[in-house]
Design a protein around this ligand. Sequence first.
Ligand code: PEP
Ligand code: MG
Length: 747
Amino acid sequence: MSAQHDTDSRQMLGRLRAVMAEDAAGQARLDQIVRLIADEMQTEVCSIYLFRDEDTLELCATQGLNPDAVHETRMKLGEGLVGRVARNGKIINTDDAPSAKGFRYMPETGEEAFSTFAGVPIQRLGEMLGVLVVQSKEARLYSEEEVYALEVVAMVLAEMTELGVFVGEGAAMSARHQQAVLFRGTTGQEGAAQGHVWLHEPRVVVTNPIAEDPQSELERLRTAVDDLRVSVDRMLSNAATGDAEQLEVLEAYRMFANSKGWLRRMEEDIGRGLSAEAAVEKEQSTARARMGQVTDAYLRGRLHDLDDLSNRLLRILTGQGQETGAEMPADPILVARNIGPGELLDYGRRLKGIVLEEGAVGSHAAIVARALAIPLVIHAERITTEALNGDHILVDGDNAVVHLRPDDTVVTAFRDKMAMQAQAQERYASIRDKPAETLCGRRIALQMNAGLMADLPSLESSGADAVGLFRTELQFLVRNHMPKRAELSELYARVMDAAKGKRVVFRTLDIGSDKVLPYMKPTDEPNPALGWRAVRVGLDKPGVMRMQLQALIRAAAGRPLTVMFPFVAQREEYAAACAEMDKAIARERILGHPLPGTVELGAMLETPSLAFAPDKFFEEVGFLSIGGNDLKQFFFAADRENELVRRRYDTLNVSFLTFLERIVNRCEKTGTPLSFCGEDAGRPVEAACLAAIGLSTLSMRPASIGPVKSILRRINLDELRGIITDARDRGDQSVRPAVMDYLRGKL
Ligand code: PEP
Ligand code: MG
């Protein structure tokens, strides 16, 4: 870039700052700006087009085109050269506009006289706000430097928070952030919540986009980048060495933080008149725009890293931390691109709901949200761009819908839904201390699934008989390092204390498949759900399993201990796991530690193979718990994590119920205690059918205990069993229609 243009863009920004400091009203200021740019660039036309609504651009100010066209000329996204710049986020610079692809003649503007055209997007952090255009009669191509200067000006324009006011009535930006928006995502956790937006990563507000003194801005940038490098190095030296993925991200951070190109581009932006923060944000915008176009997952990941790093740098420069001075609302609904399980736990039950742009049903954050029973919607695309701190928001986890800034009719309908849910909760509370006894006199034990300390208060409030499944892997998943034996033993002891003598079934570490420990070397498996997971890992690499068993034994210290091994597929695996327990007890005895009062061992039945194990297995196993989530996915060969197939087969499909019944019969024959702890146990209709085919212990999320108990207390299991048998005899594919008919008459 020549020194000449360097001075020009600085001078232009200097004049722009003066305009912005004046007390002019919105439109008048915009008019001043286009005049100023046309004058500085010695070009006939300068115009600003802003979004009027999602896909319409409006001419909002012009120097050189017919002034009557202002607020009259509109074009659709993608239409004409301006529309193309806005759609693609890419600059168009041509000396023969009428022949350029997409040119549209707009007679009201009189623009056919201008053959030279340059349009640059006005965007802020990947959000397209409008287009800045210069045009000239003289057939000359705007130089790279001139276009660059325009980009810098567009960046400053984008920073003007009052930009929306310029459009007058129906102002694009401000109006957009007032409109009701509906997002459709995927359910992470059911339930409805109403509250106000709390952005997990609030946007850093850049208030001074133009440099007053480029030299001091350069120094500020360099000092901030130095601080950033130190902090990245510190993060690297604190990182767990075994955690390849975390190391990879941090190495990428370090690479970017030390990238000469990144720093040079930001220095050049400052040279052209931007403040240090604005220069960082300009680079960040470019990276975000690229992110929208890149499909390669690895590259997208790296661009995300660069984005995160830019945020860090902005925080260092502005002094704005997570705390921006905004106060968390009393009813916060967390809105984030994504969030780690540890961060979610820090917020805890304060959150009324969670909405994420990314995430996965089986992600750790989703597991934690479920454990905390907080409604969660994932895949709500663009919500972090649309939502502002404090916006009114409704989260409908049941239907995977989010209403941002809802209008009154939606609010009323939503409140009705919440009121009905609250009434139902009251009904459930009133039967909390009553047994889950059916009209035919059968008692069903209703237990709860847990995995975090935070779950334990629900044992009392839900009226659960016991913890039928304690998923110990959650404690491993929410940390970024392998927990120590002493930590675990203390935690397990606290779980037993909180259970106050009620039985807690601790399931040993169930990792692999979708549950990948952040600090364990990832294995590259073609089919992780069918791969090296759960007890298979425990037996092949027994170090962690031994440590965990020891921690459990020490936690029990004289109290009864119940342990269950996950994903046992054949008798030998169960026998080998039990042998590990025997060895652990023997070792503890030698070390002089107090032993558990009693030890009860069991297995999860999650693979069809175990249902066909020899009688001997059923005789020797202490108890069995059907892991319906996994068992169903293997029975139907339908991945539980795959949205395309996970709802395809009904749990009440006759084949599956017949299979479950067969397991019940085998257990009855051998006197093996049997329970069911998959998600279906917590769905009232499914739970009723499971009880009808003979399952007398069901373990579920605490929030499901009330609804399941309520239905069980109103039905006769003999009648329901008759309905199921009839449906099967008729050859129905699923017993659901017949069962629903029966239940409708009862409820
Ligand atoms: C199951 O598979 O049903 C189960 C309870 O285990 P998880 O959902 O933790 O795999
Ligand atoms: Mg399972």
